[in-house]
Write a protein that binds this ligand. Structure first.
Ligand code: ADP
Ligand code: ZN
Length: 747
C-alpha cells in the first residue's frame, strides 16, 4: 500500500474559501467546520492550524472536507496556518483507527499524537554572535575598539566555537553579557539568526556488535529481510531470558538504519531501561531518543519535532510513543510484549501491543513482539499462523536455566503469630547464607511495596481502609505514613486505633519489602542490602545509578518488587527466592494465573545469567497449583494449553471478546440510576451477553462509586457498534461517567 510514503504529496489541498473539518485535540465529539481564509494559500489535509473556538483560540489539524452541517454564515475562518508540516497521513489514519476501536473521541486520541502543541509552532529563532571571518582575527584598532582582557577572552572563544547566543558566549569567556553586546555594537561580532532544533547523533548500524551464534544469526537474517521487504508482518520472537532476543532484534534495527528508516522500540518501564540504553549505545555507538512521561515539555517538543522531520532515527519509549508522527517508520519492536504496563486504562483505553500491530499494518511496517513468556493472545496468533514464530531455544553461551525448588510453606514450623514472625522459611535462610558466603548476590522477591499491606487493631479488629477507595491502607514505615496504592491518599500512621482508641493495639499484618528488609538486616547484618521498589527508586538517573551499583556487585542482597523482575542482567546474581509466590493467584482475575506465571518466569530469569549456575526457590502455600508446577517442570506448553482450554471453555479472551463499561460517580444514587438505565437499554442481540451491573473490582476509587457491565461476544463479532448503539440509547447525567474499555485487561 502507499500509506507508508514519507511525504503526503497526494494529500488533498483545500483552496481558499473551502470548508474544512478541523480536529481539535480535546475530548469533544467530532470535527468542527472552518473556512480556509480567502486571502491566503490553499491548506493541505493534515495541516496544523489555529482556529477560534468560542472565545478561545485552539490548535487543531485539518482532517478532511467540511461536513456542511453548520449554516454557511456561521462558519468561521481559520486564524492561522501553523508553520509545522502536515501530520503524516498514516498518523491521521492511525488516530482514526484507534478512536474507532476504543470508542474514544478522535480528539482525545489526537491529543496523544500531538502531545505538546508547542511542537507545532516554529521554534523561536535565536540570535547568535560570531566573528565575521573565523579564520582571521578582527582588527580591533581599525574598528576603533580598545583591546581589553575581557574582550580578548570573548574573541578567543568566538574563534574556537560556532556562533553562540550572547549569554552563552559571555559565560564561556567568563565575562558579563555587556562585553559581548558592546563588541556586537562595534561590529566586531556579527549577529545571525538560527532555528534551534534537535539533531540527535545517528546510531551507526555498522558499529561492531557481538558475533551472533548460528541460531541467533538465522533469526536475525529473517528479521533483516522483513525490514528490507518493508511490508507488514508480525514476528513473535520468543526465547528464554538471556537467549539473546535483544541482540537479535538489534540486527533488525541496524537494517532499518542502513535503509534510512525510523525505528520505534516500545518497552514497558522506561525508567528502568538504563541497562537497555547502555546496551544500545554499545551496539550503535550513540544513545537512542527516549520518550516517556518524565520528559520535560521542552524535551518532548524537541523529540516530537525530530521524529516529525525524520532526524530521529531510533526512539525507545513507553506506550504513548506509538502516537509520534514518524515520517518513515521501518520497524516496530515491542519488547516484553506480555507486559500489563502496555495496557492503558485511563482516558483512551488501549493496549499498546495490539495498537502497535495496527500501526504496522497501516504503515506497511514489520512488527516484532519479543518475550520469554508471550501472552496467550500472541501465542494463539502465532499458532493460527497470523504471526510468525521465531524461537531462540537456549541461553547464550550455554549458561543453564536455574534449578527451581518449591518450598512448601504448609510444612514449615508453625508461625508465632503475625507479629515477630519470620517471612523466610529455614531452607531459604540457609540458601541465602550459603550464597552470601560464596560472595554471590541474592534477590529476595516480594511484589509488595511498603512495610505491611494491612494495619489491624488487635483489640477491636478494626482494619484501616482508604477513605476514597475499597482498599486497605499500606503502611510505609520509612516515611511513617499509611498510603493508598490506588489513589495516593496518605495519612500519618496513627498511634491509637481510630475506632476503639486503644493505644499500642495496632498491628502490621503481612510483609511488604520494607518489613522483609528488617528481617534481612537482623539475620545478615554484614550483608550490603538494598530495597528496590518503584517508590524507593527516585528518578531515572537515581535508578540507573543503583542498577549500575548492583551490576558492579556493590550490593549483596536485593529486596525487590517487580521493578527488578524485568530485563535486567546481573552476572553475580545466583539465588532468587520468591517470598510469596501465590500473591498474584488470589482474586478472580481471568489472567491471574497467566500473569503470575509470566512474573515468576521473569524473576527466575534473573538468576544465573552468566557463568554461574542459578537457583530459584519459590515459597508457596499451593505447591500443586499449575503455575507452580509449570515453574518446576518447565513444561510451559502444557500449562499454556490448560490455560487456553479454560478460556476456550468459557469463551473468554482470546477466544471471545469483551468490552467493559465502568459507570462511576461521587453520588452513589446517581450511579445506580444510570446503571438501571443502562440495564434497560442493554443490547438484545442474540450473540452478545451482558453481565452486570456489579461492583467494579475497586468498588470505590478516588471517592467515586464504581459499577461495571461486561459485554461478552464471540470472537468474530465487532463489539464497537453494539456498545456505541447501547450508549446512544441512554442519557446519563453529567455527574456520572461511563468509561468504555474494549478488551479490558484485568477484571
Ligand atoms: P534476552 O533479551 O533474550 O534476555 P539478551 O539479548 O539480553 O537476551 O542477551 C543476554 C546476554 O547475553 C546479554 O548480556 C547479551 O549481551 C549476551 N549475548 C547474547 N547473545 C550474544 C552473542 N552472540 N555474543 C555475545 N554476547 C551475547
Ligand atoms: Zn485510595
Amino acid at each position: 500500500t502507499s500509506a507508508s510514503s514519507a511525504c503526503d504529496a497526494a494529500a488533498p489541498l483545500y483552496p481558499p474559501g473551502a470548508r474544512v473539518g478541523v480536529l481539535l485535540p480535546l475530548p469533544l465529539g467530532g470535527l468542527y467546520d472552518y473556512r480556509v481564509p480567502r486571502s491566503g494559500p490553499a491548506v493541505a489535509e493534515g495541516q496544523p492550524v489555529e482556529v477560534p473556538l468560542g472565545k478561545r483560540r485552539e490548535i487543531g489539524v485539518v482532517w478532511g472536507a467540511g461536513e456542511g452541517a453548520v449554516a454557511e454564515a456561521k462558519v468561521r475562518d481559520i486564524l492561522r496556518v501553523l508553520p509545522a508540516t502536515p501530520l503524516p497521513q498514516v498518523t491521521r489514519r492511525f488516530v482514526d483507527w484507534v478512536a474507532a476501536y476504543t470508542l474514544s473521541p478522535p480528539g482525545a486520541v489526537l491529543k496523544m499524537a500531538i502531545s505538546v502543541p508547542q511542537a507545532l509552532e516554529e521554534p523561536r529563532p535565536l540570535t547568535v554572535y560570531g566573528l565575521p571571518d573565523p579564520d582571521h582575527p578582527p582588527d580591533l584598532a581599525a574598528l576603533g575598539v580598545k583591546e581589553t582582557r575581557a574582550r580578548r577572552a570573548v574573541l578567543n572563544v568566538a574563534a574556537d566555537l560556532p556562533p553562540l547566543p550572547a549569554g552563552d558566549l559571555a559565560r564561556e569567556a567568563g565575562v558579563s553579557d555587556g562585553v559581548v553586546k558592546g563588541l556586537a555594537q562595534a561590529g566586531v561580532l556579527v549577529p545571525s539568526l538560527v532555528h534551534p532544533q534537535l539533531d540527535p547523533p545517528r546510531p551507526d548500524p555498522d558499529h561492531p556488535g557481538p558475533t551472533l551464534s548460528a541460531g541467533q544469526e538465522e533469526i536475525a537474517e529473517d528479521l533483516r529481510s522483513r525490514v528490507r521487504g518493508h511490508a507488514f508482518s508480525v514476528a513473535l520472537l520468543e526465547g528464554v531470558t538471556g537467549s539473546g532476543k535483544t541482540e537479535v532484534y538489534f540486527e533488525a534495527v541496524a537494517e532499518a538504519l542502513r535503509r534510512g528508516r525510523q525505528v520505534l522500540v516500545l518497552v514497558p518501564e522506561i525508567s528502568l531501561t538504563s541497562q537497555w540504553l547502555s546496551r544500545f549505545r554499545r551496539r550503535f555507538g550513540v544513545p537512542p531518543l527516549e520518550w516517556h512521561s518524565e520528559l520535560t515539555q521542552a524535551r518532548r517538543r524537541d523529540v516530537w519535532r525530530a521524529v516529525a522531520n525524520g532526524r530521529a532515527a531510533v526512539v525507545v519509549g513507553a506506550r504513548s510513543a506509538l502516537f509520534l508522527p514518524f515520517r518513515d517508520l521501518g520497524l516496530v519492536v515491542v519488547d516484553e510484549e506480555h507486559e500489563q504496563a502496555f495496557k492503558q486504562e485511563d482516558g483512551v483505553s488501549y493496549h499498546a501491543r495490539d495498537m502497535a500491530v495496527v500501526r504496522g499494518q497501516l504503515g506497511s511496517v514489520p512488527v516484532v513482539l519479543a518475550s520469554a513468556t508471550p501472552s496467550l493472545e500472541t501465542v494463539l496468533n502465532a499458532e493460527s499462523g497470523r504471526y510468525d514464530k521465531l524461537h531462540l531455544p537456549e541461553r547464550h553461551g550455554g549458561s543453564l536455566l536455574p534449578d527451581v525448588d518449591v518450598v512448601d510453606m504448609r510444612r514449615m514450623p508453625p508461625e508465632k503469630g503475625d507479629w515477630g514472625r519470620s517471612w523466610l522459611a529455614p531452607p531459604v535462610v540457609d540458601a541465602v547464607s550459603e550464597t552470601l558466603e560464596r560472595g554471590e548476590q541474592v534477590l529476595l522477591f516480594l511484589n509488595r511495596r511498603g512495610y505491611a499491606p494491612l494495619t489491624l487493631c488487635r483489640t477491636c479488629g478494626f482494619r484501616i481502609q482508604c477513605p476514597n477507595c475499597t482498599a486497605w491502607l499500606v503502611e510505609h514505615r520509612l516515611v511513617r505514613r499509611l498510603v493508598c496504592h490506588h489513589c495516593g491518599h496518605s495519612e500519618p500512621t496513627p498511634r491509637q486505633c481510630p475506632q476503639c482508641g486503644d493505644e499500642d493495639s495496632l498491628a502490621a499484618c503481612g510483609p511488604g519489602v520494607e518489613r522483609l528488609a528488617e528481617e534481612v538486616v537482623g539475620r545478615w547484618p554484614e550483608a550490603r542490602s538494598v530495597v528496590v521498589a518503584s517508590d524507593t527508586l527516585g528518578g531515572p538517573l537515581a535508578a540507573a545509578a543503583l542498577m549500575e551499583r548492583i551490576a558492579a556487585h556493590e550490593v549483596d542482597l536485593l529486596i525487590g518488587t517487580q521493578v527488578l523482575a524485568k530485563g535486567l542482567h546481573f552476572p553475580e546474581l545466583t539465588l532468587v527466592a520468591v517470598v510469596d509466590s501465590d500473591l498474584g493467584l488470589s482474586g478472580g482475575d481471568l489472567r491471574a494465573a497467566e500473569r503470575t506465571y509470566q512474573l515468576l518466569t521473569q524473576v527466575a530469569g534473573r538468576a544465573g545469567r552468566a557463568a554461574k549456575q542459578g537457583r530459584v526457590m519459590l515459597q508457596t502455600y499451593q505447591p500443586e497449583h499449575p503455575v507452580i508446577q509449570a515453574m518446576v517442570t518447565g513444561e510451559t506448553a502444557q500449562f499454556l494449553e490448560a490455560e487456553a482450554e479454560g478460556r476456550r471453555a468459557t469463551s473468554m479472551p482470546p477466544y471471545g471478546r469483551l468490552a467493559a463499561l465502568i459507570v462511576s460517580g461521587e453520588d452513589e444514587g446517581a450511579v445506580d440510576a444510570a446503571c438501571a438505565q443502562l440495564s434497560r437499554a442493554a443490547p438484545r442481540e442474540a450473540n452478545v451477553e451482558v453481565l452486570g451491573p456489579a461492583p467494579a473490582p475497586l468498588a470505590m476509587l478516588r471517592g467515586r462509586h464504581r459499577r461495571r457491565f461486561l459485554l461478552k461476544a464471540p470472537r468474530g463479532v465487532r463489539v464497537q457498534p453494539v456498545v456505541a448503539a447501547w450508549l446512544g440509547r441512554v442519557k446519563v447525567p453529567h455527574s456520572v461517567r461511563v468509561q468504555v474499555d474494549v478488551d479490558p485487561y484485568s477484571f
